[in-house]
Design a protein around this ligand. Structure first.
Ligand SMILES: C[S@@+](CC[C@H](N)C(=O)[O-])C[C@H]1O[C@@H](n2cnc3c(N)ncnc32)[C@H](O)[C@@H]1O
Length: 286
């Protein structure tokens, strides 16, 4: 199902001290996500990606292609834009992914300078009231009316988080930033949906690239990952690619095992390929 905003549900577990770790990994997921995955409808969103998006774009070569990407921090869709993708749809289980993504696309469309872009992201990252922080006026202009109501209801909740090492990890270089400014024309289409229901929201749509990196890692059973990939297959153009994961070195071997099983499960229609340079695993249709 695609959700409606429910502020009571949204505020559950957000603590005034800003500790959202329990929201993210235990309380909210049990309450709101029937599959018990780590993220839920209102989990805090990452302010920045920790993936090697530059290297990943070198393999995917998205110029002229249609892409479906997890919204996450918004960085993956933005890199697809920078590298010339023709059309990009985004999805995420968490509504907060839409918020960070809309703030970024607003700043790019309105040609904010790189310094201001970074500065504002740092500011909103720690804010417990996005409408009343130093960058509140930018946020208000960036989001939809519905999101504005949501943010009014979320005062006191820190809806963004940083990557595990505490740094904003993946920024575009000067060329990529300029390309984002040039190619981003407004908000991305956002599908607020659990991965398992996604296929029902995109019905007859097909893509050349489906970007699920660092999403499937939260789905424990290889059989569930296989089910998602089999559903997504119907939405792939000929020669399409599904990015399954981008593996941090330290996590690679444990996760490789799961994906090996997944690769065996889908071997009738795709090859599982690991690109060492970008530390990225993807399925290529036969
Ligand atoms: C670790 S982040 C990485 C996202 C993206 N690759 C990036 O670099 O920004 C994982 C994202 O997947 C989303 N997510 C996790 N489980 C999901 C699910 N079952 N369905 C849809 N989205 C999910 C989370 O809300 C989060 O935005």
């Amino acid at each position: 199902m695609q959700y409606d905003i429910n502020l009571n549900d949204a505020r559950i577990g957000y603590k005034p001290d800003g500790d959202f770790s329990r929201v993210l990994f235990v309380e909210k997921s049990r309450k709101l996500n029937p599959r018990g995955a780590a993220f839920s409808s209102y989990s805090p969103a990452y302010i920045s990606s920790n993936e090697q998006l530059q290297s990943i774009m070198q393999i995917l070569k998205p110029a002229g292609k249609n892409v479906l990407a997890v919204a996450g921090s918004g960085d993956a869709p933005l890199f697809f834009s920078a590298y010339g993708a023709q059309h990009i749809d985004t999805f995420d289980i968490s509504y907060n992914a839409r918020v960070v993504m809309d703030i970024k696309t607003y700043m790019l469309k309105n040609k904010f300078k790189f310094y201001d872009y970074v500065h504002i992201l740092r500011d909103v990252q720690t804010a417990s009231d996005l409408l009343d922080c130093a960058s509140g006026d930018v946020v208000m202009r960036a989001v939809t009316d519905g999101t504005l109501d949501y943010l009014r209801g979320m005062r006191g909740c820190k809806i963004f988080m940083h990557t595990s090492n505490g740094e904003i990890a993946c920024f575009p270089n000067a060329t990529e930033f300029a390309a984002m400014q040039q190619n981003v024309s407004g908000r991305y289409n956002f599908i607020w949906s659990d991965l398992f229901d996604l296929s029902g929201h995109i019905l007859n749509k097909k893509y050349d690239i489906i970007y699920l990196s660092n999403v499937l890692q939260y789905v424990n059973a290889a059989s569930d990952v296989t089910a998602v990939l089999n559903n997504m297959r119907a939405h792939l153009n000929a020669d399409g690619v599904i990015v399954v994961d981008s593996l941090l070195q330290s996590l690679a071997s444990a996760r490789h095992k799961k994906y090996k099983t997944v690769g065996d499960n889908v071997s009738s229609w795709a090859d599982l390929i690991y690109d060492k340079a970008a530390m990225t695993m993807f399925l290529k249709t036969r």
